[in-house]
Design a protein around this ligand. Sequence first.
Ligand code: ADP
Ligand code: MG
Length: 340
Amino acid sequence: MKRLFATACVCALLLISGCAGKPQAEINRTDFVLGTVCSIQLSSGGSDKTADAIFARLRQIDDTMSANKDGTEIAAVNAAAGKKAVTVSADTFYVISKALEYAKKTNGAFDPTVGPLVKLWNIGNEGAKVPAAKDIKAMLALIDYRKVEMDPAKLTVRLPVAGMRLDLGAIAKGYAADEAVKILKAQKVKSAIIDLGGNIFVYGKKKDGSPWMVGIQNPYSDRGEYIGLVTGHQMTVVTSGVYERYFIENGKRYHHILDTKTGFPVDNGLVSVSIVTDSSIDADALSTSVFALGLDKGMEFVKSLQGVYAIFIDEKDRVYLSPGANNVFKLTDSKFTLSE
Ligand code: ADP
Ligand code: MG
């Protein structure tokens, strides 16, 4: 079996800095956290301490919300499935609640209880292969966001069935980006880029006053090439795509966004969905949600929201924009066509 997966050390989105020569006081930091490569650039305001504080916060979020390592709050909730309720921090409670909100809004196309299926497929890790049908069926039976018991007074979470597992992989990086932005605000940073493995937040104004430009990754080329640019002063741009994490078996690509009905990777003709808005937790949840919903239902969902733009790319190199997205996004690669 040939196995491939995109490593996390390159970004899903390319940032076009547009400036020749680095301004002197710029602070750049890159580190592996949240299961991916995270970079921050403080281009105006802030200090090394700001960068330290941001990375400390990212690590803390990883250490409480990861489903993939021991000792986190999510691991404790998962280990207690079918048994007891577990007290979590207000942060974790909030992120789970947000995930459950999106689960409700998408009728379970987005579902943070997808954990058993994520673990079974193991996509992005060594040895991933298509699981046996009976195993997929068994895991599907454990997925149901409506069963998660949340007690806001006690900050407890309970998974009522043994084997249930929460997975916040589709939303935690967005939350983390928003938390990084809180630090930028508190420390009076004027201009910065937060890039958590392609989950981008461009903050404040660029030094020269020109708008930020964020490239939307070409889903077929090696990372770095983009099909078009999103332009704006302060915004988050988050993409979910088939190229993020995947493996190939018998010539077929199996990627990491799973269909909670079939138990297989979502297979609806889309190759990526990018969301542009001002809250990264929403952008992250939405990019996965809209991808899982598909073009028609996903477009309807985006239309029901204020200040949210979506850029869809399908297998036939067609690009679909939600209403108003044409004001922020410009297609630059002529191999792709804009569709109505
Ligand atoms: P990335 O992690 O590359 O930024 P996403 O935000 O789209 O991409 O999240 C994908 C991750 O979300 C998967 O790796 C898995 O942990 C989890 N996931 C997979 N399918 C679903 C789903 N249907 N609903 C919610 N989370 C999912
Ligand atoms: Mg997401």
